[in-house]
Design a protein around this ligand. Structure first.
Ligand code: FAD
Length: 431
């Protein structure tokens, strides 16, 4: 019997907050959202001496931060050639370097705060679904070596069994720098660290509106929440795929897209070793991507965009069947293996599929991670906190053009997702 439940949450206890605590009247900074972005920002701000409140509509880590695959990957969602054509060589070099620095940032944070989240530099493996995708790997390796001084390794089809117990792919690409971790334990540890640093986290405190208000001559914001109002000097938004009407300008720039995961029962040592001998983080080369890995307790976690819509009871149930079929296509050995968990979460895609950070309508924000957010969200939260605290960190994603919908045809309700889903399926057939 499949449980419609996030497996990672069965491995962790989230830090407790005090539900009876009255909302502070004032603070230096209100951080909206208690995921990687918001909690990382809150920790850095609190350590710099600011009075920080974190306002979370649900509970700590409730959003994508506890629901993801725990794959901490190098690079960005877009390929390097496309990035170079969009931003030029020098800017792309800074972006790529930031993707590596973001992983180091997570590693440092996990060590400094002693977060037991199974952080492991196991590397990632990308697998080619078509011969043309494999040919492109050679070009990528060359560009990434030349432009970013970073080494990747091609795995020929006849050597692939040393990396993965599947015969359906045309070859692979390995990056040893990438990391696997347990995301729910990581976000729980980050929450505890932010609170130890002095940040005050309010759960079940949804922000309803944010308005400019001057108080005793100081410019700031009146933030109305489900638990009353507060006045703050600055607001930082880290609401990712759950960005809503409290920040309407951001809502119109972000497309929420569903991603779903199934997890099997615990596998035998021999079967787990056969599926993934090096315990890599694995994903394929399709637009309608599958991503998968062993969990630390040796289950197979298998995820994908089985339905494009954000999660609901219905889409989660349908996804369990679609993902199970996908898993058995990749690994016929799992035909009779029980799936124990299924759940979904919401990704945040900007219209240019890039992370974005900066200030909009006077409010600070960081979002748009497009499924590459475990490290980047942590890093952007940290960098934006430094910026709010008056430092000038190098952040290559800050202030880059942030496009809205073409012709402005989007009010925050993604009516076009079924068409986009069909479009990507067609692309996977033809390219
Ligand atoms: C199924 C799935 C698999 C993924 N796999 C990977 C992966 O393997 N590797 C990877 O790098 N990335 C992955 N991602 C993406 C990654 O999880 C996200 O990019 C990252 O967690 C974003 O963190 P965040 O803190 O910005 O947002 P979230 O963790 O989504 O937190 C946003 C929070 O804001 C709160 N909120 C929203 N509006 C309000 C409001 N008005 N008032 C108060 N609170 C509000 C929400 O309740 C939520 O808790 C995956 C995502 C999903 C859904």
């Amino acid at each position: 019997m499949i449980q419609e439940q996030n497996y990672w949450l069965t491995t962790v206890e989230m830090p407790k907050t005090d539900p009876s605590r009255a909302l502070a009247d004032t603070a230096d900074v209100a951080v909206i959202g208690a995921g990687f972005t918001g909690l990382s920002a809150a920790r850095t701000l609190a350590k710099s001496g600011a009075k920080v409140i974190v306002l979370e509509g649900e509970t700590i880590g409730w959003g994508a931060s506890s629901r993801n695959g725990g794959m901490v990957l190098t690079g960005m969602k877009l390929g390097v050639n496309q990035l170079i054509s969009m931003y030029g060589r020098e800017h792309t070099q800074r972006m790529y370097a930031a993707s590596l620095a973001s992983i180091d940032c997570v590693e440092r944070l996990v060590a400094e705060e002693s977060i037991a989240c199974d952080f492991s530099r196991c590397g990632h493996l990308e697998v080619a679904c078509k011969p043309a995708h494999f040919e492109d790997y050679a070009r990528q390796v060359e560009v990434i070596r030349r432009e970013f001084n970073h080494e990747l390794r091609i795995v020929q089809r006849n050597e692939l069994r040393s990396e993965i117990g599947s015969d359906i792919y045309y070859g692979g690409l390995v990056d040893e720098t990438s990391v696997g971790l347990n995301p729910a334990r990581y976000v729980a540890g980050l929450g505890a660290a932010a609170m130890r640093a002095g940040a005050c986290v309010y759960e079940k405190t949804r922000v309803e509106s944010i308005e400019r208000e001057t108080k005793q001559g100081a410019a700031g914001w009146k933030v109305r929440t489900a638990r009353g109002s507060t006045w703050v000097r600055e607001v930082f938004v880290g609401t990712s795929g759950y960005t809503g009407k409290a920040t309407p300008t951001l809502q119109k720039k972000i497309i929420p897209i569903g991603s779903y995961i199934i997890v099997t029962r615990v596998l035998s040592d021999a079967l787990a070793h056969e599926l993934s001998p090096r315990r890599r983080m694995i994903y394929d080369s399709k637009n309608y991507i599958y991503y998968y890995r062993l969990t630390p307790d040796q289950r197979l976690l298998f995820g994908g965009r089985a339905a494009f819509f954000p999660e609901s009871g219905n889409s989660v149930r349908r996804s369990a069947e679609i993902l199970r079929r996908g898993m058995v296509e990749v690994y016929p050995q799992l035909r009779d293996t029980e799936v124990e968990f299924v759940w979904g979460g919401t990704l945040d895609f900007a219209f240019d599929i890039m992370p974005h950070a900066g200030q909009i309508d006077g409010i600070y924000y960081a979002l748009g991670y497009a499924g590459h957010g475990v490290a980047m969200a942590t890093y952007q939260g940290h960098l934006m906190a430094q910026q709010i605290a008056g430092q000038k960190p190098d952040n290559p994603f800050e202030g880059i053009p942030f496009p809205g919908a073409p012709l402005g045809l989007y009010n925050g309700k993604p009516w076009f997702l079924p068409f986009a889903g069909a479009y990507y399926k067609i692309l996977d057939w033809v390219s």
